[in-house]
Design a protein around this ligand. Sequence first.
Ligand SMILES: [Zn+2]
Ligand SMILES: [Zn+2]
Length: 237
Amino acid sequence: MAAPLEVLARVFLPARCALCGQPLPVAGSHAGVCGSCWDDVAPARPVGCPRCGEEVGDGEECLVCRHDPPPWQAAASVGEYGGALRDLILLFKHGRRDELAAPLAHLLRRRLDQLPWPSPDAIVPVPAWWGRRLRRGFDHADLLARHLAALGAGRRIRALRRRRPGTQAGRTRREREALAHGTFAVRRRLTGHALLVDDVLTTGATARACTHVLHAAGATAVSLLTVARAPRPGRIP
Ligand SMILES: [Zn+2]
Ligand SMILES: [Zn+2]
C-alpha cells in the first residue's frame, strides 16, 4: 500500500508527460503522454510503395518489391521508426506501459482507414515468446490487435504460435530469415484476408515467416500493419 503522503502527491502534483516531461494538460493527453507529443507521432506521410510501405516513389511498387516481392499483398505503418514514435514504442514494450496500447491502436486504425485495403477477415498478432510475455506482463502485438478489433477493424484471431524466442538484434537479413524460419506455427486455421499486426517492421524476416505460415493456415491474402517501420538500410530518408 502506498503511504498517505504519496497518495496525496499523486492527486495534487501535476503528472508529467512520459515523453517530453512537461506537465500533462487535461485536454489532449492519452495514457500519460501529452497531446503535442501525440501530434508529433503521426504527421502526414508521403505516399510510398504499397507493397512494402517504404516511403519511396509515388504510389508505385518500388524496385526492390518488383525484383524480390515480399510474400504479403500490402504493408503499411503509422510512420518511420524514430523520434516520438520510437520513444512511444520503447515505452510501450520495455517501460511496461500497456495503457499505451489503446492510443497506439487508434493510430493503427486511422492509418488503416486511409488505405484501399479490403476489410480483414482476421486480425492476427505476431505472437511474442512466452518468456518475454511473462517478463513484460503482456503480449504487445496481441494487445494492439485486441484494441484494433475493439475499434471495429475486424475480428482478432490468434492464428500463430511462436515456437522459440527471436533474438534478432544486430543480425543481417539473411541470418534473421534463417532464424525466423520454423519459429512460427499454425495455432488456428482461418480463411480470407488476414491482417498481420506488429509493433515494428525491421528487416521483414519475422513478417515473411508469419505470412508463409498464415498462407499455410488458410489465408488467401495477408496484409501487414505495423506501428513503425525501420527505414531500409542504405536509403536516404
Ligand atoms: Zn509530451
Ligand atoms: Zn516496395
